[in-house]
Design a protein around this ligand. Structure first.
Ligand SMILES: *Cc1c(COP(=O)(O)O)cnc(C)c1O
Length: 364
């Protein structure tokens, strides 16, 4: 899709591949599901699949129809449905297309077993609730599920769980202990780690890992940058200046007049607003790159535009290139930095990228 507005998001397949290899390098004994849910965190499901098709051990996603589309596109690796099945139709698709499905509650297990032919080979990730308290079997519900599955000859079962604080102070060991307690004498495969656990908690690597955000070049940690983790930004959101205003000290900028110029200033107006997915909560002072120089936003983000301080970038006029996040011709500013300024995480920025922003492919 070509659009007349200068905003674009450029996706780098080489960066996604590099980041996948980083996950494999950090968890050397494990296979890795490349997590491509939410349209590959806004990067475009097919772009991520193409980047990794020759290399990923498997893909992880949510919707059965998307998983089937991968099969129809010739993807032969394992594909896991992270929330499992939602209907009998999903259960049939799982059997027909050889998908792996999470099973996280007794109802889901019954739905699958009621729908699948008795002799159908099934591949199941049985999810345990080890303290996240979102999805998963517990002490109370697990024994019956395991007994039910043990009676099925052609069923391949892996135990999985999800960490709530792999990036935080509490870490993972308390959840690992609960996992081991629930798993008991389990000798089959295990799948535990998200990006944060892959990077910080090697004791969680087990048989399979599930890297998501790190594939897209962001850090799962507030205090460690993606560069420090040798991750490459996979998305560059760029645009250009479409307006310039010279304003006197005391003038205000934007809706609500939340920014008052402390001195005479030059203000650049960028074709990027919250309707493009730029966070409205990013306040004055959010980093932004204009013509290779780092500056900051000023005033509120509007629907289609935002303003920045170009007082010290006199060479920047209408048409000057701007990098909102990522690594572009106007310079580099990480999505993590922008997210921090907006009180959120880069996951949300990527996923909120609006459909009106054209996605282009290209290495950075
Ligand atoms: C999204 C998701 C992941 C990936 O998490 P990141 O923090 O992005 O690495 C892993 N496992 C499950 C179950 C998920 O839903």
């Amino acid at each position: 899709m070509k659009t007349s507005r200068p905003i674009r998001a450029r996706i780098s397949p080489a960066a996604i591949l590099h980041n996948y290899r980083q996950a494999k390098r950090r968890a050397p004994g494990a296979k890795a599901w490349a997590v491509i849910k939410a349209n590959a965190y806004g990067h475009g499901q097919w772009r991520a699949v193409e980047a990794l098709r020759g290399e990923a051990d498997g893909f992880a996603m949510l919707e059965t129809e998307n998983a089937v589309a991968l099969r129809e596109a010739g993807i032969t690796q394992p594909i896991v449905l992270l929330e499992g099945i939602f209907s009998a139709r999903d259960a049939r698709a799982v059997v027909e297309h050889g998908l792996t499905t999470v099973i996280h509650c007794p109802e889901q297990l019954e739905l699958l077993l009621a729908t699948a032919p008795a002799d159908a080979p099934l591949s199941i990730c049985l999810k345990l609730n080890t303290g996240m308290n979102r999805l998963g079997f517990t002490e109370r519900t697990l024994p019956a599920a395991r007994a039910r599955l043990a009676s099925l000859a052609r069923t391949d079962v892996m135990l999985m769980t999800h960490f709530a604080e792999a990036d935080g102070e509490r870490g993972v060991d308390w959840q690992l202990a609960r996992f081991n307690e629930l798993a008991g004498d389990w000798s089959g495969k295990r799948c535990l780690a998200n990006s944060a656990a892959i990077l910080r908690h090697p004791q969680t690597h087990a048989d399979w890992v599930r890297p998501g955000i790190m594939l897209y070049g962001s850090s799962p940690f507030a205090e460690t940058t993606a560069a420090e983790l040798d991750l490459q930004p996979a998305m560059t959101l760029s645009s250009a200046l479409i307006g310039v205003q010279d304003i006197a000290a005391g003038e205000r900028v934007g809706y609500g007049g939340t920014f008052t110029a402390p001195r005479a200033m030059r203000i650049g107006v960028v074709a990027c607003g919250y309707a493009d997915g730029y966070p409205r909560h990013a306040s004055s002072g959010t980093p932004i790159m204009v013509m290779g120089k780092r500056t900051t936003t000023v005033g509120r983000v509007s629907m289609d535009m935002l303003a920045c301080d170009i007082t010290d970038i006199p060479e920047a006029g209408i048409g000057a290139p701007v990098t909102l996040w990522g690594r572009g011709i106007a310079g580099e500013v990480t999505a993590d930095e922008v997210a921090a300024a907006a009180g959120t995480i880069s996951y949300e920025l990527f996923c909120a990228l609006a459909a009106r922003v054209p996605l282009e492919i290209g290495d950075i």
